[in-house]
Design a protein around this ligand. Structure first.
Ligand SMILES: O=C(O)c1cc(=O)[nH]c(=O)n1[C@@H]1O[C@H](COP(=O)(O)O)[C@@H](O)[C@H]1O
Length: 290
């Protein structure tokens, strides 16, 4: 494995910037909930999972900037579910979307190295453009993922303030230095991007943060250049209109993320496409981005 980004692969921040500009500020999650499979007239089985996933990827991967498969819904079917996930990653990337694998991995460093190999090294069949990771075993435990991502022009999105109400008890906790856990995570992300020469030339770095769109207030200072994944729009109650107050001058860094809010419009491909286009237009006008 080399320690530098191969010349042919642009750094993730540059690829994300280009995708957002070309396709608009939206990430659509592929979350095959059992209730959605049923609503689509599909069985809650591998055949239903495969049909749902292929339809979603076919409908959206040629037009949205980021596609985010939620690994859990594939894992529950074992190896055959993972095979569907592998195909989805390959098909979505071939259609031009960036694939953000939502697996929220976080473990001791030596194990983290294996997760990094699984999701961020091009030799792995599940290799994606980026991976969601949890820093709650200590930010330093993410080192193998950060290094593997950088070596291969991939990205990492680190949980900072999650969209669920239970997150606050950990993430808003304040250390003896007066800094909240979430702020410390954001500061470490900024330092990581600052140490990455490639990130200096791109508007966005390769290491991003997850900040839920459902939050009543951010209560943190968001460093410049950190891509911000903002899930929680749609089914969890947030709307694009909530984003400007939450992110302020960092609005240009935000990638709003919607799963069920789009997916509930399937299985019709045109209906999926128009739902995604609507969310994208709303996000674009709320964020004031092109
Ligand atoms: O990392 C994520 O994507 C994520 C972080 C977070 O704070 N909240 C959150 O909802 N998510 C994921 O985003 C998706 C939200 O789905 P919907 O609520 O259906 O839009 C799910 O796959 C969640 O696991």
């Amino acid at each position: 494995m080399t320690s530098t980004t191969p010349a042919a692969i642009q750094p993730f921040g540059a690829r994300l910037t280009a995708a957002l500009r070309a396709r608009g500020p939206l990430c659509v999650g592929v979350d095959p909930h059992p209730s959605l499979l049923t609503a689509w007239g599909l069985g809650d089985d591998v055949a239903g999972l495969e049909r749902f996933t292929r339809t979603t990827v076919e409908a959206l991967a040629d037009r949205v900037a980021v596609v985010k498969p939620q690994s859990a819904f594939f894992e529950r079917f074992g190896s055959r579910g993972i095979a569907v996930l592998e195909r989805a990653v390959a098909d979505a990337r071939a259609a031009g979307a960036l694939v953000l694998m939502d697996a929220k991995r976080g473990d001791i460093g030596s194990t983290m190295a294996a997760y990094a190999a699984a999701y961020l090294d091009p030799s792995g069949p599940l290799c994606s453009d980026a991976l969601t990771v949890s820093p709650y075993l200590g930010f330093g435990s993410l080192r193998p993922a950060l290094d593997t991502a950088r070596a291969h022009g991939a990205g990492v999105f680190v949980l900072a303030l999650t969209s669920n109400p239970e997150g606050a008890e950990v993430q808003r906790a304040v250390g003896s230095d007066g800094v909240s856990v979430a702020q410390a995570v954001l500061d470490r992300i900024a330092a990581e991007n600052a140490a990455d020469a490639a990130a200096q030339t791109a508007p966005l770095g390769a290491v991003g943060a997850v900040l839920g769109a459902t939050l009543a207030r951010a209560g943190v200072e968001v460093p410049a250049g950190v891509p911000l994944l903002a899930p929680g729009i749609g089914a969890q109650g947030a709307t694009a209109a909530d984003l400007p107050a939450l992110f302020g001058s960092a609005a240009g860094q935000v990638v709003p993320s919607v799963s069920r809010g789009v997916l509930r419009h399937g299985p019709s491909v045109p209906a999926l496409r128009s739902a995604a286009a609507r969310f994208c237009d709303e996000a674009r006008s709320a964020l004031g981005t092109v």
